[in-house]
Design a protein around this ligand. Structure first.
Ligand code: NHF
Length: 472
């Protein structure tokens, strides 16, 4: 079975968020189940020279992006046995950033049209075209409207994965012809709430729609989580399902991680404390193994529950505790955390940065990992934290509900602490419960062992994707 995964980001080339991690790990897991999975993404100028050197030029051709005739070059790079194809066009991808460009509609309309043409040019017409988030949402529409009648393409089935429904790709309706090259007769496929909505179009046209956890697949049917797409999703529920993400367990392994000061495994997990001391030292916090360290590695955006932290930080920082935060995002949160550090110089450290190395220091060095997200389609950080023996404290939504099992002292089961409703006092209560567990040696040892021995690999999820592809 041939599967082409289209994405706007993928590790190791370019990674802004979780989507990049997924596309960097799922394809290899699919290949080990016997699926010929390959990936296609834009060749951004921010992709490092080191990776560019490993790419080989495959071919070039012209793409009709509505009335525009555009160059398209295809480069190939094999990573862990997975062929990655990179789409070269300087006008669209020679930019400092991946997202947030004014001509995003035209850039990604081009990318989708380039993908459709490339399949033939590189001689890889897939059985399944697996699209991810709104940047590739035009692909199921194109397949449905323009390609389903072309013999070489007619058997392609499309899967559309929603990684975060907040971002839908909404544009002014007047660009339907000019940018998307579609006639008025197709307007109803994309039109929603007075705008052209690419995600809506993909939900209409894809053969299957998936989200990245089972709970999120039901949550988005509700106005509280659906970002106004709940009604159309309910209508199409017969082709909607959730498959939880995994993590790259080879890359995120405390036994071999080259970025942490001391490696440790399940058997030698008592050595984790060296990573904690190293973290305290690196950040200039009091070096004391007895003080619990709460870590956060997160985008500083409203989704991530930072309003709750802002509302109760002064309360939980009264106790003996240290708080370490790494991330960038909205200035209001960045400033809040900077101010918090100024007010609690012995307890709080904030790094307003994107640093993969520092992230590993926190995963390994912290005792608790706080993730009070308002919504979380899957979330990968809580799984990485658990693999490093760092206990997650989470709001029980989306993938956080599916992967973090509340600890039960009577049974000794569970791998984390959660709270049910999105409010500051519930979060505070969960932090207090986590801190008292930390001070109870027997239970703390048990919960850590449970967290570290969990299976967070892609294996099971890749098998579920394969099943879905086969069904199609
Ligand atoms: O893990 C990858 C990621 C998810 O919850 C995450 C999110 C975006 O918000 O599927 O996509």
């Amino acid at each position: 079975m041939k599967v082409l995964i289209a994405t706007c980001e993928s590790a190791p080339f370019v990674k802004v968020g979780g989507l990049g991690d997924v596309c960097g790990a799922l394809p290899a897991a699919l290949r080990s189940t016997g699926v010929d999975a390959r990936v296609i993404l834009p060749l951004y100028s921010c992709i490092s020279e080191e990776w560019r050197k490993k790419m080989t030029f495959v071919t070039s051709f012209e793409v009709n992006n509505s009335w525009r005739r555009q160059y398209c070059g295809i480069y190939e790079c094999i990573v862990d046995g997975v062929p990655y194809y990179l789409v070269d066009n300087l006008q669209y991808f020679d930019r400092p950033s991946v997202y947030g460009e004014a001509d995003n509609a035209e850039r990604f309309a081009y990318f989708c049209r380039a993908v459709m043409t490339a399949m033939k040019e590189i001689d890889f017409i897939p059985d399944i075209l697996h699209c991810n988030d709104w940047h590739t949402a035009f692909l199921p529409v194109l397949q449905h409207v323009e390609y389903a009648h072309i013999p070489a393409y007619q058997n392609i089935k499309t899967v559309y994965s929603i990684h975060n429904i907040e971002f839908q790709g909404q544009f002014d309706p007047y660009i339907l012809g000019d940018v998307f090259g579609l006639g008025e007769e197709h307007k109803s496929l994309l039109l929603y709430d007075g705008a052209l909505n690419l995600t809506k179009g993909a939900i209409e046209c894809a053969n299957y729609v998936t989200t990245v956890s089972e709970t999120y697949a039901t949550e988005i049917l509700d106005p509280a989580f659906g970002y106004r797409l709940e009604n159309i999703l309910r209508e199409k529920q017969f082709k909607l399902c959730g498959i939880v993400n995994g993590i790259d367990v080879n890359r995120f392994d405390p036994a071999t991680d080259p970025d942490i000061s001391t490696n440790y495994s399940f058997k030698t997990r008592q050595h984790k404390v060296h990573c904690k001391r190293a973290l305290q030292k690196e950040l200039g916090l009091p070096e004391n193994a007895a003080i619990p360290v709460i870590g956060m590695v997160t985008r500083l955006t409203p989704q991530k529950g930072l309003d709750l932290v802002r509302a109760r930080a002064d309360r939980f920082l009264q106790g003996e505790v240290q708080l370490v935060i790494l991330g960038t995002g909205y200035p209001e949160y960045e400033n809040f955390f900077r101010d918090l550090q100024n007010r609690y110089p012995d307890k709080v450290r904030v790094q307003i940065a994107f640093s993969a190395v520092m992230a590993q220091h926190i995963y390994a060095g912290a005792d608790l990992f706080l993730m009070p997200s308002k919504f979380e389609p899957c979330g990968l950080a809580q799984m990485i934290a658990m693999r490093y023996g760092t206990i997650p404290v989470v709001h029980a939504v989306g993938g956080l509900r599916d992967t973090v099992i509340p600890y039960r002292a009577d049974e000794g089961t569970g791998n984390g602490i959660n709270f049910q409703s999105y409010n500051a006092d519930d979060m505070l209560d969960a932090i207090y419960r986590a801190l008292s567990l930390y001070h109870d040696k027997v239970h703390w040892r048990k919960i850590k062992a449970n967290a570290m021995s969990g299976d967070y690999s892609w294996e099971k999820s890749a098998a579920r994707y394969k099943e879905l592809y086969e069904k199609l």
